[in-house]
Ligand binder design. Structure first.
Ligand SMILES: Nc1ncnc2c1ncn2[C@@H]1O[C@H](COP(=O)(O)OP(=O)(O)OP(=O)(O)O)[C@@H](O)[C@H]1O
Ligand SMILES: [Mg+2]
Length: 343
């Protein structure tokens, strides 16, 4: 079964074609990063306007790369939330137009569930068979840091979430303090590559809670950057570029955030007797996180390929396949849910 997946929840226009929930026939991502970079973050109005401009050309590319005609598509899947309201509306209305124009079923998908199903995409073993349920899912992205217990397809319980910044948001803000460009996660990883951490930045353990907090480490980084003259302590104060100090602080920050996520995910997996740990979301592309999770997990670790960690249409199509098998269909009345949760 070929499903067309449409993702427009934030600043990526992602459209992909996936066969039987596992085989990626195409996955075209129109990134708006350069459009938003000069503002240091995503501007919602700019994002939704760009989705309108990009949707039709990206659909054309996705069908061409998949070697699939629109008539061969059997269902249309679309992100219904969470995300930016304007951006979600563009994708949803585009999907509705396609589905009802072609007489195809429409499946609305929770974006966070999509991040989980990115791990199903590929030629490897089916995550539901090997290692099997329950799975402990760490969704770590620009807007979320959630620990979710996945008991089966479509069955979720939220075990912990961030109390302040999401990990990706913290990476982006830390990069800004260090004078690195947006998005900050890949930049911090790049400058920290092969560099020793120079500081022991704080870790928020929150006793035995499975929640996260990254605001403390972010503030600690700001104070260290100011002490080293890398960030103005007062408005107008000049800063001195020091790439070695920036790299050391970037490595320290990355180490702190990764250690907390790995420790809590392993703890949650043990408490709930999980048979595997699954990572999803943009921060799951982080090389140190991938390496440390594999090193410390007592159970198999499933991580999508880096390109499938950040927002894309293929993961939405993959998720919709399993929802469709369970009988899920939506009507023309489907709405957006900007604050949708999982579990
Ligand atoms: N290699 C990396 N290391 C750390 N962070 C990364 C890396 N690559 C991407 N990120 C971070 O991932 C985030 C983007 O992820 P994603 O696209 O899943 O977020 P989002 O869709 O905006 O948020 P959400 O999925 O919560 O709605 C950004 O904050 C970015 O800095
Ligand atoms: Mg996302």
């Amino acid at each position: 079964m070929r499903i067309l997946g449409i993702e427009t929840s934030c600043d990526e226009t992602g459209i992909g074609v996936v066969e039987d929930g596992r085989r990626v026939l195409s996955n075209v991502i129109g990134s708006q990063v350069e459009l938003h970079a000069r503002y240091g973050g995503v501007v919602p109005e700019v994002a939704s306007r760009q989705h309108i401009l990009a949707a039709v050309p990206i659909l054309g590319q996705a069908l061409e790369q998949a070697g699939t005609a629109l008539e061969q598509i059997e269902a249309v899947a679309v992100t219904m939330g969470p995300g930016l309201a304007g951006s979600l509306l563009v994708g949803l209305n585009f999907a509705k137009g396609l589905a009802f124009g072609l007489g195809l079923p429409l499946v609305g998908v929770n974006h966070l569930e999509g991040h989980i199903y990115a791990a199903w995409l590929g030629e490897g073993p089916d995550p539901a068979q090997e290692p099997g349920f329950p799975l402990l899912c760490l969704i770590t992205s620009g807007g979320h840091t959630d620990l979710v217990l996945m008991q089966g397809h479509g069955q979720y319980a939220l075990l912990g979430r961030t109390r302040d910044d999401a990990a990706g948001e913290a990476f982006d803000k830390a990069a800004r303090v260090l004078g690195l460009s947006f998005p900050g996660g890949p930049e911090i990883q790049r400058v920290a590559q092969g560099v020793q951490a120079t500081e022991k930045l704080p870790r928020a353990w929150l006793q035995d809670s499975l929640d996260f907090s990254f605001s403390g480490v972010k503030t600690a980084l700001l104070h260290r950057a100011q002490a080293r003259g890398l960030y103005p302590a007062r408005p107008g104060e000049t800063v001195t570029p020091d790439p070695a100090a920036v790299a050391g602080l970037a490595a320290s920050f990355q180490e702190s955030v990764v250690e907390v996520m790995v420790t809590k995910a392993v703890e949650a997996a043990q408490r709930h007797r999980c048979r595997g740990i699954l990572l999803g979301g943009g921060v799951a592309a982080n090389a140190l996180l991938r390496q440390q999770m594999k090193k410390h997990s007592p159970v198999p670790v499933l991580i999508p390929r880096p390109i499938l960690c950040t927002d894309n249409g293929a993961m939405i199509a993959a998720c919709a396949y399993y929802r469709f098998q369970q009988g899920e269909r939506h009507t023309i009345d489907l709405d957006i849910y900007p604050s949708l949760r999982l579990g």
